[in-house]
Design a protein around this ligand. Structure first.
Ligand code: SAM
Length: 181
């Protein structure tokens, strides 16, 4: 093998090795988080999120939070509108991705690697959550106990078990449930 090809081969191998390591690491971390939260990481598409934020009229005076914010995409979109925007995420890899994007995009967002079930949600005016039914049921109790009457909760796919939604719409294949207390 010619020296140039050998160098190219080594560089390519290093890239593939780093990529494979990152992939394995992120998968292991996601499995670990899933065992704790019982909620898998399934992102909402940016296109759908844009429709959701527009339909719910999110505006600069809102204090938006994504509960289980994944890679932070909903938080960045809310911040782009001008809202104060935060995300809680337990998964280490997704939290790292969100924090990295925050720096690269110079975005004024807040990301916390915390269990949102242990946080008081009273200061937020808009809550977005894409979770599983069991966690949604616990969130419903927190929404009733901690949030102001003007606070809007936007749930993707799995509705609160008791409260009646004020609005249901379907921007793509999945239903979105909107609640005010
Ligand atoms: C279905 S994903 C949705 C991600 C993002 N909200 C989106 O729509 O693209 C749910 C996320 O919630 C996170 N999660 C579940 N329970 C959590 C908890 N109690 N505290 C913080 N994050 C949690 C999971 O780690 C997962 O990344």
């Amino acid at each position: 093998m010619q020296p140039t090809y050998l160098v190219l081969f080594i560089i390519l191998s290093i890239f593939i090795f780093i990529f494979a390591l990152a992939y394995i690491f992120s998968t292991l971390v996601e499995v670990h988080t899933f065992l704790k939260t019982k909620v898998p990481y399934v992102p909402t598409s940016r296109r759908e999120l844009k429709s959701i934020l527009a339909q719910c009229a999110i505006c600069p005076k809102d204090n938006f939070v994504d509960l289980g914010s994944g890679d932070g995409r909903a938080v960045f979109l809310a911040a782009k509108i001008g809202a104060l925007a935060s995300g809680f995420e337990l998964d280490l890899w997704n939290h790292f991705l969100a924090k990295t994007k925050k720096v690269l995009m110079r975005s004024h967002t807040n990301f916390f690697r915390k269990d949102f079930l242990k946080e008081n949600l009273g200061k937020f005016t808009v809550i977005y959550a894409y979770l599983m039914p069991e966690t949604v049921a616990v969130l419903e109790k927190k929404f009733i106990a901690e949030c102001n009457p003007e606070t809007m909760a936007i749930l993707r796919q799995f509705p609160f078990p008791n409260l009646l939604p004020t609005q249901i719409f379907q921007p793509r294949k999945t239903k979105i449930y909107v609640y005010k207390k």
